[in-house]
Design a protein around this ligand. Structure first.
Ligand code: ADP
Ligand code: ZN
Length: 783
């Protein structure tokens, strides 16, 4: 027998190996194996078995890793879809579906010595006092780790061995699972009676779970062409729900009861949450419902803060079917749950679901794909859904479920938008604090309440904005903020490459302010100013500069929670998921900073950010207040956020996306060339653009021109009639980075097809050695 093996090197090629007699019967599709490759030994995954090979002189497989196949056929299929759709080498996709701790199998299972009580035959011996005390513990527990016993009984291993000599106990090595939550005492929780909105949402989800046959046509389409599923994430599925509910509306309770239903049906489930919200409290809510008492192992947790050993054990608990519910960050979507009945993606709009290195997959979209392949119900939840998901509801592809009110009927915080153009009047520089915000902070200090000040500093680029009238320099083609390039004193669009001079004065006819240059501003400056204004306040700053170690983060937040800090200043680090009852004021220093990122999602991000940040205020008994300072106070993203009006925001934002054919109306592929030599990078980018044009756009046109009258649209290999190709344009230099980057952006609705074409084009593309190309399908970051 011969095994086809995908090796962990991105060659886009599989290799045949002999299955030696000693390993016969142990190797299946999905087995992880070690094989010789030249002088090296490499790991790989078996993707197929065959009787014969086109090659001769095959080498034998060296060894098999793990007792079970690690990549189940379903996950293997999912990995293939990822490779195809996200244009990455299949080896890279395959590698990412297993946690490193499982792939390398270095930590393996941990064995520890366990003490076990043996059945007592005959009369129980009279023991010395010490030994009797130790025995009492063993008798009660029946079995426990030796180490634990020694600590518990304050004794030594030697004493325990004496009991062994008497034939009372057995001391033997045994697999001991590393349970990251072993020390937590979790009180079991019961399902809550649902309010009408929750009940309706749950009913619909359960209805879909019960009628899982409804998608049989789609399922066939998938299984007929296993290698290349005919569906993509944009295709209709009645099995996908978007649960839109404000923070505190009881989404989690709906998830919990839907999960209970999956278990009743004998199905397993995956719950995805963003890494940052994967706090012990979140995990505890799920464990409390399903995993307390006897059912210790029902819930497995997968995330990056676990040790390699813990991750190994959690994963195998899932693979062995002992854990039925998996809760984890992005990569938990690959957990080998079988059969899979339900996938929940909480905070589905979060950009951390997108992996920023190959394979550049979006876990939400993979979840939808996996749901279709395995006929599982998918529930996406958010207080601020992504435009993509909401659009799919409008198109009838997903079912929209709404929880419009907070469970406790608490009011949403009051949001005040402060016009910074007024604050700037008469000032020399650009002010950091408006009088209104200063006054509000002062009040909080007097009342002993806490304040969070927020400054978004994502990105390195700066837009050009007039502090007097709010004017922002925009690209005429792309409607995105132009980026100010300091070295050349130019404004550039980094989507299409449009270039303009920096104006000497504000171009707004009515303004003509000569001081248009945008001064950079950081959290540090905010802190300095604040300390001058309120010398007695206890101020702490939390950003990438001050948070060097993991512990810093916990310490600062701990102090803040304990009331040792009055004012916390931070970047987006503090925007999410934190809950401090004593915070009654949230100030957003410059909302515009998020608004004028050169990204078509800038408005959407600002809306989400303001909504999330506002959610930090007034979660206790006192009503919260939010101040949003902005130079463009009437921007729709700010105004709709002020009114907590998601649908209003959606309606106007989707119009903008329609006009310029940005997602969700189309899909984007972003090709980035990177290298140290700018000329080479630029040249390569132009070369790539010509290749793209030749292959995707111009083919039909050329053939018609050369007299081939019959060349019709139907003749095109693919119909890219809606293709938009923009660039190449230089991406702004990252601070402290010496690489030049040029980008080409492609937009089309037919992304699955385009992906296939891109792989072909890229593979035949000759690039200089020191220029690298990366492909990002459905990017969330256009920087
Ligand atoms: P979300 O996930 O939408 O932010 P949660 O599920 O966390 O909302 O609910 C917020 C709070 O309300 C939680 O403390 C939860 O226990 C409580 N809660 C949820 N549903 C109900 C209900 N039907 N009755 C009473 N309390 C509820
Ligand atoms: Zn442009």
């Amino acid at each position: 027998m011969i095994a086809r093996v995908s090796l962990e090197i991105a060659l886009r090629k599989e290799f045949d190996y002999l299955i030696p007699p000693g390993l016969a019967g142990q190797i299946e599709v999905g087995s992880r194996v070690q094989v010789p490759f030249g002088p090296r030994k490499l790991y790989g995954c078996v993707t197929a078995l065959a009787e014969e090979s086109a090659h001769t002189n095959l080498k034998p497989i060296l060894k098999v890793i793990g007792a079970q196949t690690l990549v189940t056929p379903k996950v293997l299929k999912l990995a293939r879809w990822i490779a195809d759709y996200y244009c990455c080498a299949p080896e890279i996709a395959l590698k990412s579906v297993l946690p490193e701790a499982v792939r390398k199998e270095e930590s393996g299972w941990r064995e520890r010595l366990f003490v076990r009580a043996l059945p007592v035959t005959g009369e129980f011996p009279k023991l010395p006092k010490r030994q009797q005390e130790v025995w009492n513990i063993i008798e009660e527990r029946r079995e426990l780790p030796l180490q634990e016993l020694v600590e518990l009984a304050e004794t030594t291993a030697a004493t325990v061995r004496k009991l062994e000599d008497r034939g009372l106990v057995e001391v033997a090595p045994q697999i001991s699972e590393r349970d990251p939550y072993a020390r937590e005492h979790i009180l079991p929780s019961q399902p809550l009676p649902l309010n009408p909105a929750q009940a309706k949402a749950l009913e619909e989800i359960i209805g879909a779970m019960d009628g899982r046959g409804a998608c049989s046509v789609l399922r066939q389409a998938v299984s007929n062409d296993a290698k290349r599923p005919a569906v993509d994430t944009q295709h209709a599925t009645r099995n996908t729900f978007l649960l839109h509910g404000v923070t505190g509306s009881g989404k989690t309770e709906v998830y919990l009861q839907a999960l209970a239903h999956a278990l009743e049906q004998g199905h397993g489930a995956i719950v995805l949450v963003p890494e940052i919200s994967l706090t012990p409290q979140t995990v505890e809510r799920f464990k409390a419902r399903f995993s307390s008492g006897k059912l210790q192992t029902l819930v497995a947790v997968l995330h990056s803060h676990l040790s390699a050993g813990e991750r190994h054990d959690e994963w195998h608990k899932i693979r062995q079917g002992r854990a039925r519910i998996v809760i984890g960050a992005r990569s938990a979507i690959f957990a080998p749950v079988e059969p899979l009945g339900l996938i929940i993606v909480d905070e589905e709009h979060e950009h951390t679901y997108k992996q920023e290195e190959a394979p550049r997959y979006h876990a939400r979209d993979v979840a939808i794909m996996r749901g279709q392949m395995e006929n599982a119900v998918v529930v996406l939840g958010s207080a601020t859904p992504s435009l993509e998901s909401y659009y799919n509801c409008k198109k009838g592809k997903y079912t929209l479920l709404e929880l419009p009110e907070r469970v406790d009927n608490q009011k949403m915080p009051h949001v005040r938008v402060v016009d910074m153009r007024q604050a700037a009047r008469g000032e020399k520089g650009i002010p950091i604090f408006s009088n209104q915000l200063k006054e509000a902070i002062h009040q909080r200090l007097e009342r002993g309440e806490q304040t969070i000040l927020f400054l978004n500093r994502r990105g390195y680029s700066t837009a050009l904005q007039c502090p007097k009238c709010g004017y922002v320099a925009q690209c005429p083609n792309c409607s995105l903020a132009l980026t100010y390039h300091r070295p050349e004193q130019k404004l550039r669009c980094h989507i299409c490459g449009f270039m303009d001079a920096v104006p000497a004065a504000c171009p707004n006819e009515k303004c003509r302010n000569p001081a248009i240059r945008y001064a950079g501003l950081g959290t540090q400056k905010v802190e300095e100013t604040l300390v001058k204004l309120f010398p007695h306040a206890r101020v702490r700053r939390m950003d990438a500069d001050t948070m060097k170690r993991k512990d810093d983060y916990r310490k600062v937040l701990g102090d803040f929670r304990a009331g040792k800090t009055d004012i916390l200043i931070g970047t987006q680090m503090i925007a999410k998921g934190l809950h401090f009852p004593n915070v009654t004021l949230v100030g957003i220093i410059y909302a515009d900073l998020a608004l004028h990122q050169p990204d078509f999602r800038a408005g959407e991000r600002t809306f989400q950010l303001l909504t999330q940040v506002a959610g930090r205020a007034g979660r206790g008994d006192v009503e919260g207040e939010v101040f949003v300072q902005a130079f463009a106070p009437f921007h729709p993203a700010i105004q709709y956020a002020r009114r907590h009006d998601f649908t209003g925001f959606y309606e106007q934002e989707i119009e903008f996306r329609e006009q310029l054919k940005y997602p969700p109306v189309s899909r984007v592929a972003l090709l980035t060339l990177k290298g140290r030599n700018e000329d080479k990078v630029k040249f390569s980018a132009e070369h790539l653009k010509r290749e793209l044009e030749k292959n995707l756009v111009a083919a039909v046109y050329d053939r018609r021109q050369s007299g081939e009258k019959n060349a019709t649209v139907a003749d095109r290999r693919y119909n890219f009639s809606d293709l938009i190709l923009a660039g190449p344009a230089p991406a702004p230099l990252l601070r402290a980075e010496t690489f030049y980057r040029y980008q080409i952006m492609l937009r089309t609705r037919a992304m699955s097809k385009l992906s296939r074409e891109l792989v072909r084009i890229i593979q035949s593309l000759a690039l200089p050695e020191d220029v690298t190309l990366s492909v990002d399908i459905d990017p969330v970051n256009l920087g």
